[in-house]
Design a protein around this ligand. Structure first.
Ligand code: AMP
Length: 474
């Protein structure tokens, strides 16, 4: 299928040509025709699936067809996004896609000058991308109104709810014209989201590109059982290449649970000469933008983030996502690892799990069908830790860990994407297909359907079968 078969206008098709896109992604192929027709849409899709273009391209054509003027202090299409970064990104895409359609695009987010936003919006815009808080501020100041909205897009609705935007959202929707087209996207579909969609959408067409809350197929997921006080040393060894893990590092996104945790990791990495930036809610908007830009340009290819700041970030070439701490909400795990393997690329996710995070791991595996393959810790790891980091002695049960040795020459640690005869490219694999389910001597896996299922790549032998978190001694 080609974009030319979907009924889009010439200016939009030409803009796509300039971007170099000719084949729609599955969500685009499914969503564009009904949105062009004017239907409401309920989309279950993670970021990285091409969903921004899926709603933006047909909407631009809808706006072209209705041919109204942007109202003063108002807009014709309103896109609500949960985070500043995501809003910025959507606006950037919208500008590209609408470049030849004579549309005015703006974005307004918290942490920037309100005065400038008022100016931006005074004469009206066609497409406005906003975070809910800032939008309401401007509405309360009578600097903006929603009467002229023809199309509403709610992006990452589950994250909006997680971030406590429900009241803001309800208020905003109550101010919109009843007659409008509504497009609603969420990576997951818990009951609260379904209820909200039922309220806001009229007879929606439903499209779904991954089943709700499953982990992305193209991501190889690994697990390292490690004590909390060993994590920093392990991270340093992995990033410096002293402990090989699968994949060649391009850009690495590291997740911590807290803002302080993120700063601490960055500081300690700096102490051993590894440059990294942090991105979280305590950073100013310019700091966040700089960290993102440095990460994008690979000037600083290691970014340590909290969930909120990283949600929806679209950066090509994130080779690794490291969960330095496991999230306590299983869906968050899906969102985090979704930062890698975007737009068809492969990705590697590595989870560090300490003793007190086992319950989180169990939840993640149970709720997301994740399959994590256990990796060994470095040899003599405790001694290394005591040499470089905290000196607390290992508890008895931590000593003499069982070693899990790699078996599959296709995916030897340290090589990725065709290096050294590594033939396991994305094309080779059939996502979702599992070889030899339930054969004897299968690699140690955590989770997945049937608990301990096997996928066709990255096989490693382990002591005993998978099926659930085990202690470090295997
Ligand atoms: P999204 O899920 O909207 O964040 O998009 C993920 C990435 O895929 C973005 O970098 C898009 O620019 C890119 N993308 C979207 N649609 C296509 C397409 N049809 N072909 C190639 N890349 C695309």
């Amino acid at each position: 299928m080609k974009f030319t078969e979907l009924g889009l206008s010439q200016p939009v098709l030409q803009a796509l040509e300039l971007k170099g896109y000719d084949t729609p992604t599955p969500i685009q192929a499914q969503a564009i025709p009904p949105v062009l027709k004017g239907d409401d849409l309920l989309g279950v899709a993670q970021t990285g699936t091409g969903k921004t273009a899926a709603f933006m391209l047909p909407s631009i054509d809808r706006l072209r067809q209705s041919d109204r003027h942007a109202p003063r202090k108002g807009c014709r299409m309103l896109v609500l996004a949960p985070t500043r970064e995501l809003a910025g990104q959507i606006a950037e895409s919208a500008r590209d896609y609408a470049a030849l359609a004579a549309m005015k695009v703006a974005s307004i987010v918290g942490g920037t000058s309100v005065g400038r936003d008022r100016q931006k919006l005074a004469r009206g815009v066609d497409i406005l991308v906003a975070t809910p808080g800032r939008l309401l501020d401007l509405i309360d100041q009578k600097a903006f109104g929603l009467d002229g909205v023809e199309i509403l897009v709610l992006d990452e609705a589950d994250q909006m709810l997680d971030l406590g935007f429900i009241h803001a959202l309800k208020r905003i929707v109550s101010l919109l014209p009843m007659k409008r087209q509504t497009l609603f996207f969420s990576a997951t579909m818990p009951k609260a989201i379904k209820d909200l969609a039922a309220q806001y959408l009229t007879d929606p067409v439903q499209v779904s590109v991954t089943p709700a809350a499953t982990t992305a197929e193209r991501i190889d997921q690994y697990l390292l059982m490690v004590q909390q006080d060993e994590k920093q040393a392990l991270l340093e060894m992995i990033l410096s290449g002293r402990h090989k893990v699968p994949g060649e590092f391009e850009r690495t996104l590291i997740f911590t649970r807290t803002k302080h945790g993120a700063d601490r990791v960055v500081k300690k990495l700096a102490q051993v000469g590894i440059g990294a930036s942090a991105i979280h809610g305590n950073k100013s908007q310019p700091q966040r933008q700089r960290a993102l830009a440095d990460f994008k340009s690979a000037k600083v290819p290691i970014l340590v983030a909290t969930d909120v700041a990283a949600r929806g970030i679209d950066i090509p070439g994130v080779s690794h996502v490291i969960n330095y701490e496991l999230p306590n909400v299983p869906e968050q795990y899906v969102h985090r690892i979704g930062r890698t393997a975007r737009a068809g690329a492969d990705g590697i996710a590595i989870a560090f799990c300490a003793e007190d995070e086992r319950a989180y791991l169990k939840d993640i595996v149970r709720n997301t069908d994740a399959e994590l393959e256990r990796l060994p810790l470095p040899d003599n790891f405790r001694a290394v830790v005591e040499g470089v980091g905290p000196t607390k002695p290992a508890p008895k049960e931590q000593r003499g860990r069982a070693r899990v040795t790699p078996k599959n020459p296709k995916r030897a640690p340290g090589g990725r994407g065709g290096q050294g005869g590594e033939g396991s490219s994305s094309q080779d694999r059939k996502p979702g297909k599992r070889k030899h389910p339930g054969r004897a001597g299968k690699p140690k896996k955590f989770g997945g359907p049937g608990g301990g299922g096997n996928r066709s790549r990255g096989q490693r032998s382990g002591s005993g079968g998978g099926g659930g978190p085990r202690n470090n001694n295997g």
